[in-house]
Design a protein around this ligand. Structure first.
Ligand SMILES: Cc1cc2nc3c(=O)[nH]c(=O)nc-3n(C[C@H](O)[C@H](O)[C@H](O)COP(=O)(O)OP(=O)(O)OC[C@H]3O[C@@H](n4cnc5c(N)ncnc54)[C@H](O)[C@@H]3O)c2cc1C
Length: 154
């Protein structure tokens, strides 16, 4: 079988890339180190800590931290389909307006808030309906208490 693209890692970014490529008709091979995302705790927002330090977690730790009295900190990362979005709290949160503008100010064209807002809106299905800041266009459902079984973002 021939593929147009190989995507390594079926986490948040990998799944979004694979989605766009396959929607455009490309043949994509996805290589994921972990297994399926079929454990119950993955799909219950408050249950994500139950996945820590299990085979579904890369279970990293940081380098010794100068301002933590040289302690190493535990650093969970998802090891399964969905990647860290399968071990996260399922909270929808955007970065700060000023941070994006600061990145753009450093020469990163296309990263200003005004550049990104249309993309945030396009990638969101806000259950309360569309507004100046929210969109209702795609399958990434965002609401008071909602989650999508199939979205890498839940
Ligand atoms: C505990 C926790 C809670 C969080 N809570 C939230 C939240 O509530 N809301 C929010 O927006 N964000 C949250 N985040 C952050 C968010 O989940 C991550 O920022 C996001 O998932 C990162 O996406 P990514 O594609 O960069 O990496 P990941 O989603 O981690 O994907 C990387 C993928 O690559 C795979 N991989 C790695 N190495 C290899 C290899 N060599 N070969 C093949 N596959 C490989 C991994 O197994 C994984 O599936 C949380 C993160 C954690 C860890």
């Amino acid at each position: 079988m021939a593929y147009d693209y190989i995507v390594v890692g079926a986490g948040s970014a990998g799944c979004a890339v694979v989605g766009r490529l396959t929607e455009a008709g490309a043949q994509v091979l996805v290589v994921e180190a972990g297994g399926p995302d079929d454990q119950q705790e993955i799909h219950v927002p408050a249950a994500f800590p139950a996945l820590f330090k299990t085979p579904l977690d890369w279970d990293y730790e940081t380098e010794p931290q100068k301002f933590l009295n040289a302690r190493r900190d535990y650093w969970p990362r998802g090891k399964m389909f969905g990647g860290s979005s399968s071990i996260n709290a399922q909270i929808y949160q955007r970065g700060a307006h000023a941070d994006y503008d600061a990145w753009a100010g450093l020469g990163n064209e296309g990263w200003a808030w005004d550049d990104l807002l249309p993309l945030f809106k396009q990638s969101q299905h806000q259950e309360r309906g569309p507004s100046e800041y929210h969109g209702r266009s795609e399958e990434r459902r965002v609401g008071k208490e909602c989650r999508s079984r199939w979205s890498p973002y839940h």
